[in-house]
Design a protein around this ligand. Structure first.
Ligand code: SF4
Length: 394
């Protein structure tokens, strides 16, 4: 049996260089308010993985030679319960979290997901606004689930779709039986259910750059916003090479040659994509340029894995196991009690305050120094044992 890829998750991790995370004693008072990390970045977005399994085997995320039928995914009993998830989401809100993204693996494979979303959709931010809830999916199951998800309180959905042509889609997703038209039907069902929709296309040179224009044309004049993502060195199984990166500047050029564009920019410093608008009013596209234009300075995202690992960077080589914290809190008070939530909020704040992550920026600086933009990933100071994207969500 294929062993699980060792997930770098530790029971107790330094919450700062001086101290270690321990569940604070009961009775501790945490004062709600924005919490900044060591680079003065607030915590605004929480990404919660609900399962590590997926029904596709995209080559850049879950290559089948690793994630095959013998691969040991998390057993059901290892997944965080909905009570534990709600506890951790609630505990993060006093720190300033405004947006929650449900991820996987493929989150629509998690049983009872609509129940979880219904619970979380009742939460309010520090500013007394509804917590914004989004979900990232490959779209395979979206057609039938879009309406129940919307009715449960989901606000937005981001659908991964890398090609319109069946041949390219099936090669990239390693899914010979899936027709990309079924994903498009899922997108239409989501729009019909009232969800705001974004479509993410990972662009890989030699694989699907010929799909850039067809995808752009398909989503012009539609409410769904298409976003192009530079192929990234996430995880350690996707055999990333800088030669396979198509830069955002190249993508913009390819589209603008046929459909003139004007730069719109970002709505705030924490938005990952830069928006461009079609000059003829046909809508907008987004560019996510982790390789050519890193955005670590504005990164306000934390991630929790399906088994309770807390990660402060997509490229982290280590996380913190939150389960001992949740268990310790549950021993002293109900998980959703004010006292229990305050204890976890204090611990999450300590973790965030110790954060120094800026992987993409370091990668970029190094490649600039070498005059080879984006060429090296495992340079000194940059980790090669990165956590897999399928484990913590993209
Ligand atoms: S590399 Fe890490 S710190 Fe930088 S933007 Fe990505 S997730 Fe944020």
């Amino acid at each position: 049996m294929t062993k699980r890829i060792p997930i770098p998750i530790v029971a107790e991790q330094s919450s700062s260089r001086e101290g270690r995370l321990r569940p604070p004693p009961s009775g501790i008072v945490f004062s709600a308010g924005q919490v900044n990390d060591r680079l003065n970045r607030p915590l605004r977005d929480l990404r919660l993985s609900v399962i590590d399994q997926c029904n596709l085997r995209c080559r850049y995320c879950m290559p089948r030679e690793v994630f095959n039928r013998d691969y040991e995914f998390l057993p059901r009993e290892a997944l965080l319960s909905f009570d534990a998830m709600e506890h951790l989401v609630r505990a993060s809100i006093p720190l300033g979290v405004r947006k929650l993204r449900i991820t996987g693996g493929e989150p629509l494979l998690r049983k009872g997901l609509t129940e979880l979303i219904a619970r979380l959709s009742r939460l309010q931010t520090l500013e007394n606004a509804p917590l914004e809830i989004a979900l990232t999916t490959n779209g395979v199951l979206l057609k039938s689930l879009a309406r129940p998800l919307a009715e449960a309180g989901l606000h937005r959905v981001t659908v991964s779709l890398d090609a319109l042509s069946p041949q390219t889609f099936q090669a990239m997703a390693d899914a010979p039986d899936i027709d990309p038209r079924s994903i498009l039907e899922g997108i239409e069902a989501a729009e019909a259910a009232g969800l705001a929709v974004k479509v993410n296309m990972v662009v890989q040179r030699g694989v699907n750059e010929h799909e850039i224009l067809p995808m752009a044309r398909h989503f012009r004049h539609r409410s769904a916003t298409l976003r192009f993502i530079e192929f990234m060195d996430v995880g350690s199984t996707n055999h990333w090479s800088s030669s396979q990166v198509v830069s955002s500047a190249t993508i913009i050029g390819m589209i603008a040659n046929h459909h003139p564009l004007r730069r719109v920019g970002r709505s705030d410093a924490h938005e990952v994509s830069e928006r461009w608008a079609y000059a003829d009013g046909a809508g907008q596209i987004g560019l996510i340029s982790s390789i050519s234009e890193p955005f670590c300075r504005g990164c306000s995202r934390a991630r929790i894995s399906a088994e309770g690992g807390f990660y402060t960077c997509l490229f982290a080589d280590q996380g913190t196991d939150l389960r001992p914290l949740v268990d310790a809190v549950a021993l002293g008070a109900p998980l959703l009690s004010a006292e229990g939530l305050q204890r976890s909020a204090a611990s999450l704040a300590a973790l965030w305050q110790g954060r120094t992550d800026r992987y993409s920026e370091l990668r970029w600086q190094q490649s600039i120094a070498e005059h080879r933009i984006g060429e090296k990933t495992n340079a000194p100071g940059l980790s090669s044992g990165r956590v897999e994207m399928s484990y913590i969500g993209g």
